[in-house]
Design a protein around this ligand. Structure first.
Ligand SMILES: Cc1cc2nc3c(=O)[nH]c(=O)nc-3n(C[C@H](O)[C@H](O)[C@H](O)COP(=O)(O)OP(=O)(O)OC[C@H]3O[C@@H](n4cnc5c(N)ncnc54)[C@H](O)[C@@H]3O)c2cc1C
Length: 413
């Protein structure tokens, strides 16, 4: 079995952005994964991106394939911010980017990664294994789906994570209870309500936080200085978190970084969602689920609120309860390889190049957020990761050769 230099596992925003950088640097690589699978298969149709258009780019080194360029080429309206981007348009953009900057990822699913220290073996179902010196895990947030303990014992379809909603029309006429107060919970509630479901939302918080709508007026110079805009919102703190992930890693001890990541950019709703939610969705604030049990084909919930306990029967409970990074959930890594990787709490210990303590194994995206900060939970973070990895791999003397991803679309040449 010959050995590849670099294998990227995952063809989401991070995997594609890294691939675009390696390709432009003429570094050999293979990329595996179904393009934008988390967005195509696990986000509800009709969804709108929370990130503003300027923060919804995939990243190539020359910035030739931005969302703005795509809109220009397709003669679509584009605004830096204040004009939300639909999931459908984002997927079209990602496909356009892939064709021009990356080529064709191999859609095979990696089943297991074994080995270590610059010599890994990747196994597939129905395909021969391959070996690689460097493996970049860009497998995204799906392994980290979090379901609260009280609901973990209920089987689908009584209860499931919001990434499993699929077609909202299937819930028309059903009674649905959503748990959570973040964008995913709030937008799922609006979409299900609009599809004809009877929706209630249970949230621990005593009020829903809505992000402010961007001002229709041109911002003044003073406002721009006082509250500059970043990929994660307004203010100097956001700018620092967005633009200085290496400083974040260097400056703060692990415990402080983890606390900051867990406690910042918490659950909020996008400004454009507010009117689709308020006065439409039955909302139980300050609510905690004390127990959940099957009741025939339904679920019986006991909910505690400041006003007391109430009992609810509902057809489905949907957990819009987000994601928690935990190395033990990366089952793709063989258990002996996983257990030999150093950790910071439940997260992988990463150096400045996103490399784990196992030489040659890199982890990017949400799993790197405890190290590099909240920006890594969003695709904006890929703008930092991709050049760092390309520089680092070039420095390791990765042989120059054609990447195994096929030709680029003519427009890219
Ligand atoms: C409902 C929702 C809305 C969101 N909205 C936004 C937003 O508006 N803006 C924003 O910036 N972020 C948003 N996010 C976060 C967003 O998902 C991440 O920013 C982004 O997807 C991270 O990209 P990624 O490449 O790390 O992972 P992903 O997009 O999850 O991609 C993972 C890739 O890995 C592949 N893969 C996984 N396992 C394997 C395997 N074993 N073998 C081969 N391939 C594998 C998958 O096929 C996929 O190609 C949202 C998240 C959710 C859940």
């Amino acid at each position: 079995m010959s050995i590849s230099d670099t294998v990227i596992v995952g063809a989401g925003p991070y995997g594609l952005s890294i691939a675009a950088h390696l390709r432009a640097a003429d570094l050999p690589f293979q990329i595996f994964g179904s393009t934008l699978e988390s967005w195509r298969a696990f986000m509800p149709a009709g969804m709108v991106l929370k990130s503003e258009p300027f923060a919804s780019n995939l990243w190539d080194p020359g910035r030739r394939f931005t969302l703005e360029r795509f809109a220009e080429e397709r003669k679509l309206p584009y605004q830096h911010s204040g004009r939300p981007l639909s999931l459908a348009d984002f997927l079209d953009y990602a496909e356009w980017f892939r064709q021009r900057a990356v080529g064709e990822p191999n859609p095979a699913r990696v089943q297991r990664i074994t080995g270590g220290a610059g010599e890994f073996t990747l196994e597939f179902a129905g395909q021969s294994p391959i070996r690689a010196r460097h493996v970049i895990l860009a497998t995204g947030h799906m392994p980290f789906r979090y379901v609260p303990q009280e609901l973990a014992g209920l089987a689908e379809p009584l209860s499931f994570h919001s990434t499993r909603i699929g077609d909202v029309r299937a819930f028309s006429g059903r009674d649905v209870t959503i748990v959570g107060a973040g964008q995913s919970a709030l937008e799922s509630a609006a979409l299900l309500h609009e599809a004809g479901a009877a929706v209630r939302l249970i949230a621990r918080t005593d009020h829903i936080i809505w992000n402010p709508a961007p001002s229709a007026k041109q911002r003044s110079f003073i406002d721009t200085i006082r509250q500059p805009e970043s990929g994660l919102g307004f203010g100097w703190r956001s700018v620092a978190v967005c633009e200085l992930p290496q400083v974040f890693r260097r400056l703060f001890p692990a415990e402080k970084r983890h606390r900051f990541v867990a406690g910042s950019w918490g659950p909020t709703g996008a400004w454009w969602l507010r009117e689709r939610f308020e006065n439409r969705i039955n909302t139980m604030l300050g609510g905690r689920i004390r127990s959940a049990s099957p009741a025939g084909s339904r679920v019986r919930l006991v909910v505690e609120q400041p006003s007391g306990l109430s009992e609810i029967e509902t057809d489905h409970v949907i957990c819009g309860t987000g994601f928690k990074v935990d190395m033990d959930r990366i089952e793709l890594l063989d258990s002996s390889l996983r257990s030999s990787i150093a950790r910071e709490g439940a997260a992988p210990l990463l150096d400045a190049h996103f490399e784990t303590s196992m030489a040659g194994l890199f982890i990017v995206g949400i799993a790197s957020a405890p190290t590099f900060g909240p920006v890594m939970r969003f695709m904006f973070g890929a703008k930092h990761v991709a050049p760092v990895l390309a520089r680092h791999l070039r420095g390791t003397g990765a042989a120059r050769a054609s990447p195994a991803v096929g030709p680029l679309s003519r427009a890219a040449k």
